[in-house]
Design a protein around this ligand. Structure first.
Ligand code: KG4
Ligand code: ZN
Length: 345
């Protein structure tokens, strides 16, 4: 089976064709970076219009790359939430139109589930597994019991971790998106120079909070005059180390919660855009090894938003016999716990 996956929930127009034997036939991502850079962040209206212009030619290019005709597609999957609703509607409407025109099933994909299932595309990860989902819009720890079946153990009560990276980078004048720029600056910095707060880490459970850390970094930046390149690198390294320590503290508590619930997992999966961060990834990997868990993080190109993850999530749902009606609504908010396979074929 071949599924076309369409992703338009933020500032990446992406599509991919994935086969059920886990072969990615085509995989294209057009970033809107340049269009948003001058605003220092994603402008929803600009994003939606850009998706509208880019999507059709991108899907055509995808078919060419895979060397298949539209009739050879077995189903069309699109992100229908959560995300910036204008962009989500562009992608979902396009997918529904294509599904109708080709008389193929349409599959509504939750963007978070797409991130969550990606490790099963790249590796053989059995359910249940522990999932650290860290992106620009989300920061959660979940148990993935099966397709459409997740238990949230903790979540952020304010900012997402990628957002904290982006805002810190913006304060340091590193441009947008901040995560990769901050990581690259941190390489030349001393992670032990500044001690920053680790909100909520003294508490039970595994919720996250980043607003206190963000404020502390802002105050540190404002009080560092003049700021040398070394100061900037040290702030980045200290910030990144603090985020890694927060992750580890929360994961420790998650392991306790798993034991209390008598859930045995063999794998710790890190997914979402922040999984591209090598420093945090190494810290989480080390943690997994300590707990004798297999550590899995998808390769970089599949960690940040892409169409292959949507196609794969669509495939997993399709293989369970699920598909969705063309009247399926798009949802700006759509927690993973609310997922169910919607309609049997
Ligand atoms: O998953 P994603 O592409 O989009 C969302 O669903 O949010 O994640 C984007 C986020 C951005 O906040 C970006 O700054 C962050 O992931 N990110 C990173 C790195 N690469 C991307 N954060 C830290 N270090 C990185 N290397
Ligand atoms: Zn994402």
């Amino acid at each position: 089976m071949i599924v076309l996956g369409i992703e338009t929930s933020c500032d990446e127009t992406a599509c991919a064709l994935v086969r059920s034997d886990k072969v990615i036939l085509a995989h294209l991502v057009r970033t809107q970076l340049k269009e948003h850079q001058m605003f220092g962040g994603v402008v929803p209206e600009v994003a939606a219009r850009s998706h509208l212009h880019t999507l059709y030619p991108l899907v055509q290019e995808c078919l060419l790359q895979a060397d298949i005709s539209p009739e050879q597609i077995d189903a069309i999957a699109a992100t229908t939430g959560p995300g910036l609703i204008g962009g989500v509607m562009v992608g979902a409407s396009f997918a529904k139109g294509l599904a109708l025109g080709l008389d193929k099933p349409f599959i509504a994909v939750n963007h978070l589930e797409a991130h969550a299932l990606t490790p099963r595309l790249t590796h053989d990860v059995p359910f249940p597994y522990l999932l650290l989902l860290v992106s620009g819009g989300h920061c959660q720890i979940l148990i993935a019991h099966g397709v459409g079946h997740y238990t949230q153990l903790g979540s952020t009560i304010d900012d997402a971790v990628g957002e904290a990276f982006d805002k810190t980078a913006k304060l340091l004048g590193l441009g947008y998106p901040g995560g990769p720029a901050l990581e690259s600056q941190a390489k030349a910095g001393n992670p032990n120079r500044f001690t920053l707060p680790k909100p909520l880490t003294h508490m039970a459970g595994c919720d996250f909070s980043f607003s206190g850390l963000k404020t502390a970094v802002r105050q540190l930046i404002e009080s560092t005059h003049p700021m040398t390149d070394q100061d900037r690198a040290d702030i980045c390294a200290s910030f990144q180390k603090t985020v890694a320590l927060v992750m580890i503290s929360r994961l420790k508590n998650a392991m306790k919660m798993l034991a209390d619930r008598e859930v045995a997992v063999g794998t710790l999966v890190m997914a979402g855009g922040v999984a591209a961060n090598q420093y945090i990834c190494s810290a989480v990997k080390e943690f997994a090894q300590k707990y004798e868990l297999i550590f899995v993080a998808p390769p970089l190109s599949l960690c940040t938003d892409n169409g292959a993850m949507v196609a794969w999530a669509g495939l997993e749902r399709l293989q369970m016999g699920a598909c969705d009606g063309l009247d399926t609504s798009c949802r700006p908010r759509w927690p993973l716990q609310e997922l169910t396979p919607s309609m049997e074929i």
